[in-house]
Design a protein around this ligand. Structure first.
Ligand code: AMP
Length: 403
């Protein structure tokens, strides 16, 4: 069974084609500058070089047509015709309180995703555009599945997801913590249980998705118990360009003193804060490391603030779950930056956490980096959100295809 995974943004669209019998990626790529001019980058696992061409894309439907054309191309493609795509899985960012799991997309599902637009306008609108583009190009007979970033966290209790503001705002606007990166937290927690040879339902895990956007989740017995991102992805840790948790009074203070609207300040908190805002150097940890090596004090401060926040959240989740069996590092920073992993886990021996500096040398591969006697395992697990989307799509589409 072949599954096409689509992650649609406002002017970009990422895709991966999976053979779900082998779970292998047959091809993947990226459409950019949709609605402007159009550019396609495509990769086949059987070729070293990439296909990079300007392809006119006036809208997302044109982008999907370009994707299908390259997927069936004799030289670069992976399948003989569009019919060989059995189902499509879409990443959808916000499922609100409607979706605690992935679903087959129907008219009612589309209405519910539309109802979540106010919660994530920058994401849900292009996600819906991607869904309608696939329908337009591939027709109604290919099942389409929605996999939500928020769904995994729907197991949280009100005590974890409510904000202490007047209750009526929850009732009126559904203002609460939702959490994001759900597919990533779900994937790495399942991998960790497998590495430990124990059922997920027995384990207390803390999954640290540390990338350009970062979030940490407490996973108790396989269920998301608490997570650091909130109503939007702005909450929690300081990130590449996002501020993370701040005193909300700062917003009105800046509006008044800088003559800005609340929207402009939120834009600054999303795009000009975090590692970039503190260091003044970059949002990228590789650039921060280079600057730190040259003695840049603000780059050092930014990284120390990040590490300290990760530590604080881990500590609070250990307290909340009453212990921890494993800590997992994933995403760009978690998989690659050994100094972040080391600094986060330093001085945590009293909790049974101790990293082996030799094992921690490596990067980008699945490994246990804790010293042998440590009570708590520390894992690096490269995330694979696309595979989770493809697996959920297979599970939900298969019964429909058999009918
Ligand atoms: P992601 O959002 O998961 O794609 O992560 C992207 C971020 O990972 C980049 O902005 C970098 O900060 C970080 N990153 C990627 N590779 C490395 C590396 N080799 N060392 C340190 N940080 C890295």
């Amino acid at each position: 069974m072949n599954v096409l995974v689509i992650n649609a943004g406002s002017s970009s669209l990422k895709y991966q084609l999976f053979d779900m019998d082998t779970k292998k990626v047959l091809a993947k790529g990226l459409c950019e500058r949709i609605g402007i001019d159009g550019r396609l980058t495509h990769q086949s696992p059987f070729k070293d070089e990439k296909y990079k061409e300007n392809v006119p894309m006036k809208d997302h439907a044109d982008a999907i047509r370009a994707v299908i054309d390259i997927l069936i191309d004799k030289e670069w493609g992976a399948i003989s015709s569009m019919d060989k795509i059995d189902a499509v899985g879409h990443r959808v960012v916000h499922g609100g309180e409607f979706f605690a799991d992935s679903v087959v997309i129907t008219d009612d599902v589309i209405k519910a995703i539309e109802a979540c637009i106010p919660l994530a306008p920058l994401h849900n609108v292009p996600n819906l555009t991607g869904i309608s583009a696939c329908k337009e190009v591939m027709g109604d007979n290919v099942p389409q599945i929605a996999v939500f970033d928020t769904a995994f966290h729907q197991t949280m209790d009100p005590v974890e997801y409510m904000y202490a503001i007047p209750y009526e705002y929850y009732e009126k606007y559904k203002i609460r913590r939702y959490g994001f990166h759900g597919t990533s937290h779900k994937y790495v927690s399942a991998q960790a249980a497998e590495m430990m040879g124990r059922p997920l339902e027995e384990l207390k895990l803390i999954t640290c998705h540390l990338g350009n956007g970062s979030s940490i989740t407490a996973i108790n017995k396989g269920k998301s118990m608490d997570t650091s991102m909130g109503f939007t992805p702005l909450d929690g840790l300081p990130m590449g360009t996002r501020a993370g948790n701040i005193d909300p009074a700062i917003i009105s203070f800046l509006c008044e003193n800088e003559g800005k609207t609340a929207e402009e300040v939120i834009n600054i908190l999303n795009k000009k804060s975090g590692m970039l805002g503190i260091s003044g150097v970059s949002s990228d940890f590789r650039d921060l490391d280079a600057a730190i090596n040259e003695g840049d004090e603000r780059a050092k401060l930014a990284k120390n603030m990040f590490v300290n926040s990760v530590k604080k959240i881990i500590g609070s989740y250990v307290a909340e779950m009453g212990g921890v069996d494993a800590i997992i590092f994933t995403a760009g920073v978690g998989e690659n930056d050994r100094s972040v992993r080391w600094d986060v886990c330093e001085h945590m021996e009293y909790l049974g956490i101790k990293i082996d500096p030799e094992k921690n040398k490596y990067r980008g591969r699945q490994m246990d980096i804790s010293i042998d006697w440590a009570r708590v395992r520390v894992f690096v697990i490269p995330t694979n959100e696309e595979l989770v989307i493809a697996e959920d799509t297979k599970k939900l589409a298969e019964p429909l295809l058999k009918k």
